[in-house]
Design a protein around this ligand. Structure first.
Ligand SMILES: [Zn+2]
Length: 82
C-alpha cells in the first residue's frame, strides 16, 4: 500500500512537471510569434571544422589552430608539423 502511494505521488509530480513545461513552451511560442521578423537570439551556431590529419569533425572551440591548419589534438598538430 505504501508503494502504491509513493507511485501515485511520483506520477502526480511528473504530470505537474510536464504540465508546467508545456505551459512554458506555449508561452514562449506565443511570445515569439508576437514579434514577427525579429531575429531569434540564443541560436549560436557552432562552427564545425575538420582535422587536417584525420579529418575528424569537431567544434571550432575544441579544435587546435596550428600554423598550417586546424587539428583535433596536439599530437596531430605536431604530426603535421604545424
Ligand atoms: Zn586529428
Amino acid at each position: 500500500m505504501k508503494y502504491l502511494l509513493v507511485t501515485a505521488l511520483v506520477l502526480v509530480v511528473f504530470w505537474l512537471w510536464r504540465h508546467n513545461r508545456e505551459a512554458e513552451r506555449n508561452e514562449a511560442a506565443s511570445s515569439r510569434s508576437a514579434r514577427p521578423g525579429s531575429p531569434s537570439k540564443g541560436t549560436e551556431v557552432t562552427e564545425v571544422v575538420a582535422c587536417d590529419v584525420c579529418h575528424v569533425h569537431l567544434p571550432r572551440s575544441e579544435a587546435l589552430i596550428g600554423h598550417k591548419g586546424i587539428y583535433c589534438s596536439d599530437a596531430h598538430r605536431r604530426q603535421a608539423g604545424g
